[in-house]
Write a protein that binds this ligand. Structure first.
Ligand code: NAP
Length: 217
């Protein structure tokens, strides 16, 4: 399976507060949904917004998988992902699975997975389960914490990043990669695949792959 992180960030590398992307960037995201089989989203992003993961036709695809990941039981049941479209997959710890099954049995499919030694739930196991459900291309739609775990656990092939012409003065925005330990030594090296500019919005569409030399083991 191939997995892609997709995000829009400010020039200073912040991904929140959200809503700073253009309509063109929204279409770019929807086109990426069109060409991937599933989306994975961190519970923090679900709590912060109300995403439905519509495609470029404005519809919620019936066959595309919408997946959430959480280590807690704090999934907001009032969000539309639990009310509209196919039931989302929820990846959680074995400890929380029963409680989530009780609360979400009608509105989600619960998959308990083990913890990773690198922190968070084991994303290789998550990807395996998704693969068993036919996923060949996975879009990791953030937020910063999930991006960190995914890069730390080395399950990411490419980063699809829009740089928006914005700067934040405060230090409140969440970074693209929200973690505590270095991803490399100390850098994680990336290789530019494509770079497209949109002069009408000032946004830059970047696609990087993770350099193979980074891979451990
Ligand atoms: N600009 C963009 O393109 C973009 C895209 C997405 C999100 N965002 C923004 O980013 C912000 C959220 O980012 P964030 O870093 O706070 O949160 P996040 O990554 O969306 O969610 C973090 C939470 O997700 C769960 N999680 C993530 N990885 C996990 C793993 N490997 N194993 C188990 N649980 C895992 C945990 O849930 P529990 O807390 O439930 O244990 C964790 O606390 C929001 O403001 C959102 O709007 C921006």
């Amino acid at each position: 399976m191939k997995s892609y992180i997709i995000c829009i960030q400010t020039l200073c590398g912040r991904i929140s507060p959200v809503g700073f992307g253009s309509k063109n960037d929204r279409r770019h995201l929807e086109r990426w949904r069109d060409k991937t089989d599933a989306t994975l989203l961190g519970a923090g992003s679900l709590r912060a917004g109300d995403p439905e993961f519509r495609d470029s036709s404005g519809k919620i695809p019936t066959r595309r998988i919408r997946a959430l990941i959480t280590m807690s039981e704090h999934l907001p049941l009032e969000k539309s992902i639990f009310k509209r479209g196919p039931r989302p997959f929820v990846f959680c710890s074995h400890n929380n699975a029963n409680a989530l099954k009780r609360n979400l049995s009608e509105s989600a499919k619960i998959f308990p997975v083990a913890f990773s030694p690198q922190g968070g739930l084991d994303l290789f196991e998550v990807l395996d389960i998704l693969e068993q459900h036919g996923v060949k291309k996975l879009l990791i739609e953030g937020g910063g914490r999930l991006n960190y775990f995914a890069l730390k656990q080395e399950v990411v092939h490419e980063l699809v990043i829009t740089v928006a012409p914005k700067l934040l003065i405060s230090n409140t925005g969440i970074p693209l990669v929200n973690g505590t330990e270095d991803l490399g030594d100390p850098f994680l090296d990336l290789e530019l695949v494509t770079c497209k500019t949109d002069l009408s919005t000032g946004e830059i569409y970047l696609r990087y792959k993770i350099k193979k030399e980074n891979k451990s083991g």
